[in-house]
Design a protein around this ligand. Structure first.
Ligand SMILES: Cc1cc2nc3c(=O)[nH]c(=O)nc-3n(C[C@H](O)[C@H](O)[C@H](O)COP(=O)(O)O)c2cc1C
Length: 310
């Protein structure tokens, strides 16, 4: 059973991977979605998106895009980097992505999605996977037909986040679809959605899927995989460790992300990580008023001195 760290925009970058690795790591790290179009713009940030550290052999690059030619070209480029695989995003339901024909919009046409995968398959040697949702309707038969076509075109792993395109996090993920889908396909199926603790992770790793992917909880608890593997005590989360882990993240962010990304990435991370604290919402607001990493570090340290002394 493999444990996977989910692709999350502005969160699944090298600093988070380093942090998780420091606790013992997981089996595969998916990058945040990388825009196929942006990879060829000659922009200054490509090198950061293409950083596969610290464990390239566990790294899966995720591509998002709407144009078949662009995605094929980008996949071929990433395939030449040191990594374990290429993933195509057919699940993102953010309106801005969907409107362009990318993300979950691929799920509207089995033929077009099949054509994309067939073309990417010819262009890459590494493992090719797809991350998707149930689709636009709650229609399991359509999902099976869609995934069978992806399999026929050469997809080697499917990650199912079992919600429809329109469903937000409030609606529970339909995990029963993960096991059912696996029975219909000849390739491995990973399940994803609503894992909140190491216990949840173990509960979902019950044999009805081949891998379990964790998103938000891996940001709140970068130690979640280690706890599930029982290499870390269940009682790990004391305030001391929270303060240190936050400081370590800031160090890693400064080292492994460009200055232009520091503020947005720090805010994203702490929006989840502060949930470990009693006055986490108050602290999030305080942190959001800061405009650079030193300011964020100062407020973070002050909080522990004033509110949660060790
Ligand atoms: C902030 C954020 C950014 C995300 N970005 C991506 C992304 O870039 N690609 C993708 O396939 N899914 C993305 N997702 C969806 C997650 O990969 C995952 O499917 C979802 O959060 C459900 O898993 P969880 O309940 O373990 O968080 C994102 C989710 C969040 C919360």
């Amino acid at each position: 059973m493999s444990f996977l760290c989910a692709p999350m925009a502005e969160l699944s970058h090298r600093a988070l991977r380093e942090l998780i690795e420091g606790f013992g790591g997981c089996d595969e790290y998916f990058t945040e979605m990388i825009s196929a179009a942006a990879l060829f713009g000659g922009g200054p940030f490509e090198v950061w998106y293409m950083d596969s550290g610290p464990r390239p052999e566990k790294l899966i690059f995720q591509l998002v895009g709407a144009d078949i030619e662009q995605i094929v070209k980008a996949a071929a480029l990433l395939d030449r980097q040191e990594c374990a695989g290429i993933d195509i995003n057919m699940g993102c339901s953010a309106p801005l992505i969907r409107k362009t024909g990318a993300g979950v919009a691929w799920m509207t046409s089995i033929d077009r999605a099949g054509e994309l995968i067939g073309r990417v398959r010819q262009a890459v040697k590494r493992r090719l996977s797809v991350k998707l949702r149930i689709g636009f309707e709650d229609d399991f038969d359509y999902l099976v037909r869609f995934c069978r076509r992806l399999e026929a075109e050469g997809t080697e792993l499917i990650t199912l986040h079992p919600r429809t395109a329109g469903e937000k996090f409030k609606r529970k993920a339909r995990w029963e679809y993960v096991g059912r889908l696996r029975q219909e396909l000849g390739i491995p199926v990973a399940g994803n959605g609503d894992i909140a603790s190491a216990e949840d992770l173990l509960y979902r790793a019950d044999g009805s899927c081949d891998a379990v992917m964790v998103g938000r909880a891996a940001v709140r608890q970068p130690w979640i995989f280690a706890q599930a593997r029982k290499t870390l005590a269940q009682s790990f989360t004391n305030e001391n460790a929270i303060e240190e882990t936050g400081l370590r993240f800031l160090e890693l962010l400064a080292r492994y992300q460009p200055p232009e990304f520091h503020l947005s990435r720090a805010r994203r991370f702490f929006a989840f990580f502060c949930d470990n604290l009693k006055w986490g919402n108050y602290l999030k607001n305080q942190l959001n008023r800061e405009h650079d990493l030193p300011g964020i570090e100062r407020v973070w340290r002050e909080y522990f001195r004033e509110h949660e002394p060790a």
